[in-house]
Structure formats: structure tokens, C-alpha cells
Ligand binder design. Structure first.
Ligand code: IPM
Ligand code: MG
Length: 356
């Protein structure tokens, strides 16, 4: 198989973690007889420095012309004072929108080797943590109007949260279908006691439920969900929720599995092309220190092989290589445990690659 993969290294630890994922992908290509062409794309702060904008049209074009997009991380404190339109994060949001990837799938699963790293009590972890957050990715407050104005001498800011029935329905279907492939339990998370958009969300979810009689649909308010994720995460199978709630809940969900550095994500939508990225940020404080955990990125690349290129065997081999690395006692700083061997970012990638 020959594929063109647009690769966005981005900012902070982005380049380091991507480097390791590419080494692993190269090894998979050799082992299984594929050719992956990596096309470098500038996005985020690095694009801002080089081209004056976070996602130049010609860089976006490379993504649109590729078979899939693999992303490290973008953003960082350094650009906190630039205008909103030029923020590195704006590049990421524009990319998601341009690719039409409205469904972001973020698994929260404890690796057996890391159950002791979870900040939750052992008895809670032992009940099992294995759920999927389906986050709406191209709508809601992230994409509504943002403005700041002076009103009678007082600065006031507005962010608009808007959802149409169509947007809710298409992400709802992804939730129901994902649950259908798992334990058939879908929890729809909203804030319908306060927000109109959440009341519409709930109405659409219930209407859809009639089409999926084998799926058990429950509703949960987002504040309660934040609490339930730490109280008893074993109750969840698939969670479907809007953009900002999904952003927040997926960070929480990743933490209870041990480290945000371990969690991959895949974003899908209208076209076949997807966007694969770890869920953590650019961690500028770790940049260049060879301390970051590249596993979230490596597993994102595995998701890309499984879901985009239909290469389940290769994806499983990559996941297996990660598992063997953990079995051998290697740990990056974020998941370090007593008696284990400390690995830097490069070593981590090296060992995983050699396990293939
Ligand atoms: C994420 C990140 C992004 C988001 C930021 C970097 C804009 O936190 O992918 O979860 O909020 O979507
Ligand atoms: Mg986030």
C-alpha cells in the first residue's frame, strides 16, 4: 500500500513526539511492505513564525491533498498575546473545520501495566476503565462568534454557543454506532438544566434513540459526569458530548488512566480523510528536553492505520509493541514508577520500534 500522510510537527514537544511516531511507522512500512510518504506541513506557532499565519492556504492544501493527517501538538504561552485570529490554536481549529472532521474519538482505557499509576484508588481502577468519548469537534462555542467590545466604558466579551439539529444528529449517530460496536451503552452529556443548545441536544438524542433500539441511552449533566468519571468510571461505555464539554471531560478521563501522554485520538467526518493526534497539548515546559511521552502520538498513528487505511494487523502490531515496551519496565517521566526504567522520548520510540 502507498499512502501520502501530511505530517504536522507543530510546536513545543510536537516535533519530538512526531519524530518517534514516524520512526515506528517507517518500521511498520518495511515489515509489511507499504510505502508511506510523509509530507511536512507547517501549522501553529511555527507557521506563524515562518509564514505570518497559523495555517497558510498552501499548507492546508497539502493536508487536503493527502490521504490522512498526523499531528503532534500546537500552541504555547509564547503566543498568548497575539490577536485571536493568529493564535496557533486557530490553525488547529481551522484545520479541523476545513477537513470537516466533526467527530473526535478519544478512548480512555487503562493499560494493565499502568493501573497503579492512576490517581484513583485501586478498588475503583480494578472495576475497569474502558470507555470512549465521542466529542463533537467542529461546532459549538469554539466556532461561534467571539468578540470583545467596550460598553459604557466596561470591556465585555461574548462567545456564542450554537448547535443546529443537523450537527447534533450527525454526531449522535456516531455515538450510537460506536456504542453498537461496544457494550451498547451510550451516555449523552449535556447541560440541559441551563442551556438551550443542550435542551436541543437532548431532544435530538432521544429522537435518534428510536432508531437504535438495541442501544441503552442515558443522559447526564456535564457537572455530574465530571464527578462520575472519578467516582465510578466503570459505568461508562461510550460518552457523546458537545465540543467544549468533550474537551474538558477527555482531559479528566485521560488522567484517570494514568497520563494524558498515553491517549490517542482520531477525528473523522464528511470525507474519508481523518486527522490523528494525541489529546495532550504542546507542553512548552518539556520541549527539547527529550522527556515527553510519544505513546499518545504512536497510538494515534496506529488508529490511523486501523481506521483510515484499513490495516488492523499493522495497527495491532504497533499497539502490541507499546505493550511490550511497558512490559519491559520502560517508563517516561509522566508515568514513572518505583523500580522501573526511565526512558526519554527518543528511547521510548526506539524501544517500541525495535519491538516491531
Ligand atoms: C484538544 C486541545 C485543543 C482543543 C486546543 C489546543 C485548541 O485542547 O485537542 O483537546 O481545545 O480542542
Ligand atoms: Mg483539550
Amino acid at each position: 500500500m502507498q499512502k501520502e500522510i501530511a505530517v504536522i510537527r507543530g510546536d513545543g514537544i510536537g516535533p519530538e513526539i512526531i519524530e518517534q511516531a514516524l520512526r515506528v511507522l517507517e518500521r511498520v512500512a518495511v515489515r509489511y511492505g507499504h510505502t508511506f510518504h510523509f509530507i511536512d506541513v507547517d501549522m501553529g506557532g511555527c507557521a506563524l513564525d515562518r509564514w505570518g499565519e497559523p495555517l497558510p492556504a498552501k499548507e492546508l492544501r497539502k493536508c487536503l491533498d493527502s490521504d490522512s493527517v498526523l499531528l503532534g501538538a500546537v500552541g504555547g504561552e509564547k503566543r498568548n498575546n497575539v490577536p485571536a485570529e493568529l493564535r496557533p490554536e486557530k490553525g488547529l481549529l481551522s484545520l479541523r473545520k476545513a477537513l470537516g472532521v466533526y467527530s473526535n474519538n478519544r478512548p480512555a482505557k487503562v493499560w494493565p501495566q499502568l493501573s497503579a499509576v492512576s490517581p484513583l484508588k485501586k478498588e475503583i481502577v480494578d472495576r475497569g476503565i474502558d470507555f470512549l468519548i465521542v466529542r463533537e469537534l467542529t461546532g459549538g462555542i469554539y466556532f461561534g462568534e467571539h468578540r470583545t467590545e467596550e460598553k459604557e466604558g466596561i470591556t465585555t466579551s461574548v462567545d456564542v454557543l450554537e448547535y443546529s439539529e443537523t450537527e447534533i444528529e450527525r454526531i449522535g449517530r456516531i455515538g450510537f454506532e460506536a456504542a453498537g460496536k461496544r457494550k451498547k451503552k451510550l451516555c449523552s452529556v449535556d447541560k440541559s438544566n441551563v442551556l438551550a443548545s443542550s435542551r436541543l441536544w437532548r431532544k435530538v438524542m432521544h429522537r435518534l434513540a428510536e432508531e437504535y433500539p438495541d442501544i441503552l441511552l442515558t443522559d447526564m449533566l456535564v457537572d455530574n459526569c465530571a464527578m462520575q468519571i472519578v467516582r465510578d468510571p466503570s459505568q461508562f461505555d461510550v460518552i457523546v458530548t458537545e465540543n467544549m464539554f468533550g474537551d474538558i471531560l477527555s482531559d479528566e478521563a485521560s488522567m484517570i488512566t494514568g497520563s494524558i501522554g498515553m491517549i490517542p485520538s482520531g477525528s473523522l467526518g464528511k470525507g474519508p480523510r481523518g486527522l490523528y493526534e494525541p489529546i495532550h497539548g504542546s507542553a512548552p515546559d518539556l520541549a527539547g528536553k527529550d522527556e515527553a511521552n510519544p505513546i499518545g502520538t504512536i497510538l494515534s498513528a496506529a488508529m490511523m492505520l486501523r481506521y483510515r487505511f484499513d490495516l488492523p494487523e499493522e495497527a495491532a502490531a504497533m499497539e502490541n509493541a507499546v505493550s511490550k515496551y511497558l512490559d519491559a519496565g520502560w517508563r517516561t517521566a509522566d508515568i514513572m514508577q518505583e523500580g522501573k526504567k526511565k526512558a526519554g522520548c527518543r528511547r521510548c520510540g526506539q524501544v517500541i520500534m525495535e519491538n516491531l
